[in-house]
Design a protein around this ligand. Structure first.
Ligand code: SF4
Ligand code: SF4
Length: 514
């Protein structure tokens, strides 16, 4: 390892270590926190009464503070629930807001210092690690020693990284009150961009964007001889930074709804939720434009662009989940399961999620127009279930946390309902295909190994058969790693796009369509 890489690794580890330790700093006091936390007026007095035993106390850790809060708050709510006094139960979750208002730590005093010490050093370290001089190195994509790498081949380092990511997502989605110091740390940036204090989602958006930028720069270096890879990497970096991160924050600064113009239903599963529709309708011309733009993307944008370019226009060039998978997830792409069994599971699971999203949305819209008389409670339960199981557990915890276990496209391959929709169009009505010059194939298997969607590309190449698969995201890496130039991503006439070329086995003409 070169000196510059070693320095980068050390800086990254210091930054990561600081990021892990920062949540544990500081002390917590409930005095004044209720007012600062913007607790709803109707709950102010009641909450002060419930939390009275905590007044005057100073808690030395977030565990102690949240433990005491839970004890008082839950015993109040549990009593009401036992007596079935549902309308008096406080359903709002105030833990994050209260913990953020109650904490007093060096981080709240000097957020910039801690921001530099943690995220700043991690970014700097990541850049240095990924950018050693490659002078003298021959052109070409290096995947040297990939199956001997503890990180990239499910060794202990990969397991540790995956476990850390899973833990991070669990805390982010369900226990954000434990990360209030980290949120304080990014508060100044949030105030600058939107004029609002930071939430855990702002922290997440910032880390997500920086991770795509740092690892995107790594992609530029790794695939430096390949224009297609360079362009689509630049594209996902741009869409994440501008469309997913900056523009929504600036819209809020301008008193407009928070909106990501490139997020499409059903990936953006709450697009038709009543509070979203109300927000659009009450935000004048801009809100109306957002509503119409979102609907046009669903019914015109997806089919038309996918017809001409395949699903790659979105999955590999625009999407934020795809952007993370293609940059941060690139070192893990070879871990995708290529078995036929995995393919079968993939089809059942992803289409089930699509059906669930469609049913949930249909009920939501019917409910909205019937003045909430139509299955009101079922709609709420469906929203909660979908948000928990698909929006958080599948897309976040499994979707990213499992990179080091199952490859970088677990969510896109098995769970994303938009990928399923794009895939149906790509399979049945598109000009996109990967053509294979079978005569040149030497069966090295590089293409199958590095296909992140688990497609056995080699099997098609050996037969000279076009690859027309609903799951192919058109990342082009199979083509990039092929030493013989066998594979070509093309948009062409629909005629002859699907060419079934079965392998004939033995004398009995048994046909094997793989
Ligand atoms: S078949 Fe090729 S282009 Fe399609 S997802 Fe796999 S590696 Fe990417
Ligand atoms: S990488 Fe190229 S040569 Fe190797 S198996 Fe795939 S198509 Fe054939």
């Amino acid at each position: 390892m070169k000196m510059i890489q070693k320095t980068g690794l050390v800086l990254f580890l210091i930054g990561l270590g600081a990021f892990i330790l920062i949540p544990f700093f500081g002390s917590y006091s409930i005095d004044e926190a209720l007012v600062r936390a913007n607790t709803k007026d109707i709950h102010q007095e009641k909450m002060a009464e419930i939390l009275a035993p905590m007044y005057g106390e100073t808690y030395s850790s977030n565990f102690a503070f949240l433990g005491a809060f839970g004890e008082n708050f839950n015993s109040y709510n549990d009593k009401l629930k036992d007596q079935a006094l549902w309308d008096q139960v406080i359903w709002d979750d105030y833990r994050f807001a209260l913990a953020k208002a109650a904490v007093s730590s060096p981080v709240t005093e000097n957020p910039w210092h801690f921001l530099f010490l943690s995220i700043g050093l991690a970014v700097l370290g990541g850049l240095l690690y990924n950018l050693p001089s490659h002078a003298g190195e021959p052109e070409g994509i290096k995947n040297n020693g990939i199956f001997h790498s503890s990180m990239k081949a499910k060794g202990w380092l990969g397991m540790l990284t995956g476990s850390f990511l899973i833990l991070f997502y669990i805390v982010l989605y369900w226990y954000p009150a434990f990360m209030v110091n980290l949120v304080w740390m990014v508060n100044p940036i949030s105030e600058m961009l939107s004029g609002n204090p930071a939430s855990q989602w702002f922290l997440y958006g910032l880390i997500y964007t920086l991770a795509i930028i740092v690892m995107g720069i790594r992609m530029f270096r790794k695939y430096r001889g390949n224009k297609y890879q360079q362009l689509r990497t630049a594209s996902v970096m741009f869409f994440q930074t501008a469309f997913a991160f900056l523009i929504p924050e600036i819209l809020v600064l301008l008193n407009q709804p928070y909106f990501d113009f490139k997020n499409i239903w059903p990936l953006d599963y709450d697009f038709f939720y009543d509070y979203q529709i109300d927000t659009f309708l009450s935000s004048g011309g801009v809100g109306m434009f957002m509503l119409i733009w979102g609907i046009l993307l669903i019914i015109i944008g997806v089919p038309v662009f996918t017809y001409f370019f395949g699903k790659r226009w979105y999955c590999s060039w625009v999407c934020g989940c795809g952007g993370l998978a293609e940059t941060v997830g690139d070192p893990f792409r070879q871990l995708s399961d290529k078995s036929v069994k995995a393919w079968k599971y993939e089809r059942v699971i992803i289409h089930s999620v699509l059906v669930l999203a469609v049913v949930m949305t249909a009920i939501t819209i019917a409910n909205y127009f019937s003045g909430f008389s139509f299955l009101g409670n079922v709609t709420n339960q469906l929203h909660s279930f979908y948000g928990f199981a698909i929006g958080s557990a599948f897309a976040g915890v499994v979707g990213t946390g499992f990179y080091p276990f199952m490859g970088n496209r677990v969510w896109c391959r098995f769970g994303c309902p938009l990928a399923a929709y794009l895939g149906i169009v790509q399979r049945f009505k598109s000009r996109f295909r990967i053509t294979t010059n079978g005569g040149q194939c030497i069966s090295c298997g590089n293409c199958s190994t590095y296909c992140e969607m688990g497609i056995d590309v080699r099997a098609y190449a050996q037969k000279g058969q076009n690859i027309v698969r609903s799951s192919c995201v058109g990342c082009g890496v199979c083509s990039a790693v092929c030493p013989r130039g066998v594979l070509k991503l093309e948009n062409g006439p629909e005629d002859g796009r699907i060419n079934e070329l079965p392998i004939i086995i033995g004398n009995n003409s048994i046909k094997l369509n793989v």
